[in-house]
Design a protein around this ligand. Structure first.
Ligand code: SF4
Length: 377
């Protein structure tokens, strides 16, 4: 079983915090879709014919495509890939793109899960973040999605916004819970180099929330969602029972995946591959039949081990120690447990039932713990 990701790099406008690869120029959309179809054909053997279990259209803003454009991509997908075992088909949407016809159209193509960038239930936060939707549009979008028969809805929220109080964050969480969604991803705001917010912060025009307040908001997030019946299955991801994202989980458990489109990444178990992060060049290279639209890195044992540490410790299940020993040698197994021992005695890591995982307090300092377990030459 494998996973397939398709990147749609277009955005109507640029959000103030965004560091993803995306472009506000859409004049080359038709060429881009042809290039995607071509890449889907060229890379049909990348996954060695493994059936696709999860399919994910991310961006950028996939909801800027029309239903006809989705159909075109689906034709290529059906032609070159085995979709007979497809369990989860997610499309990322912006609330203001969602109409009943759009969702009904993509649902008819097999989409059974929607991931929506809500970010906040306060219009002033949305304006500060440069989001183009309003809170009212979130509610109409959810109604349209459910009206079209898609019940599996995930929303993204951001906390630690400049000026955001804990009370305002608590209200956001209460509104998210009241929406009765199945899945929620919440990220603390980061000031990415090159983003508008980072420039504003450097000029003193906005004031980042302090680390302690951010940690309090994270604690609030965990408490409120646990109370509402969500399970935190990864540091930033919460789901109702059985509603974890199968696609994201496949990234964390080392399942091979193919990523198609500008800036998309792929992994086949032994190497990583990433496509050129430039829509214009990506199109040109695919049109010319050039095969240098991506770079490849063969993964040595230590790099694979580091990836394993990073991805497995982010999950609540934690790191499977038997898998560590079998897949990454006794030497790295011993190295990992030696470095973990001080965190185990400090109560930041827990070793239990053959797994090593972050404790409640370890979740707050996860980056430091994980980097100490990683291999350095
Ligand atoms: S919609 Fe998403 S990808 Fe596009 S600018 Fe905003 S955050 Fe970035």
């Amino acid at each position: 079983m494998a996973s397939l990701y398709i990147h749609i790099p277009f955005c109507e406008s640029r959000c103030a915090y965004c560091a993803f690869y995306s472009s506000t120029y859409r004049g080359n959309k038709a060429d881009y879709l042809s290039a995607l179809c071509r890449e889907l054909e060229l890379r049909r053997n990348y996954l060695s014919g493994a059936p696709i279990r999860t399919l994910y259209f991310g961006g950028g803003t996939p909801s800027l495509l029309s239903v006809e454009e989705f159909s075109l991509l689906m034709e290529s997908l059906r032609r070159y890939y085995d979709l007979s075992s497809l369990e989860e088909f997610t499309v990322e949407v912006n609330p203001d793109d969602v109409t009943h016809d759009f969702v009904a159209g993509i649902a008819a193509l097999g989409v059974n899960r929607i991931s929506m960038g809500v970010q906040s239930f306060h219009d002033e936060d949305l304006r500060l973040m440069g989001r183009r939707h309003s809170v009212a549009q979130v509610y109409s979008a959810v109604e349209a999605i459910r009206g079209a028969g898609i019940e599996n809805v995930s929303i993204d929220l951001i906390y630690g916004l400049p000026g955001q109080t804990k009370e305002a964050w608590r209200e956001n969480l209460a509104k998210a819970v009241a929406l009765d969604v199945q899945h929620l991803s919440a990220y603390s705001l980061t000031y990415e180099e090159g983003s508008k917010l980072s420039r504003l912060a450097k000029r003193g025009k906005v004031h980042p929330v302090g680390e302690e307040d951010c940690a309090d908001m994270f604690a609030l997030l965990r408490a409120e969602l646990a109370q509402a019946g969500f399970y935190q299955y990864e540091i930033s991801n919460f789901a109702k029972p059985g509603m974890e994202s199968k696609h994201n989980s496949s990234y964390w458990d080392g399942t091979p995946y193919l990523g198609v489109g500008a800036s998309a990444h792929s992994y086949d178990g032994t190497s990583r591959q990433w496509n050129i992060a430039n829509t214009r060049l990506y199109i040109a290279k695919l049109q010319q039949g050039a095969d240098d639209y991506y770079e490849v890195e063969q993964l040595d044992l230590e790099t694979r081990y580091n990836d394993f540490v990073l991805t497995s410790l982010r999950t609540r299940k934690g790191m499977d120690l038997a898998l560590l020993e079998e897949g990454y040698t006794r030497r790295l197994y011993d190295y990992c447990l030696k470095n973990a021992s001080k965190y185990i005695s400090e109560g930041l890591l827990i070793r239990e039932d053959g797994f090593l995982r972050l404790s409640e307090s370890g979740l707050f300092v996860s980056d430091g713990v994980m980097s100490d377990l990683m291999w350095v030459e």
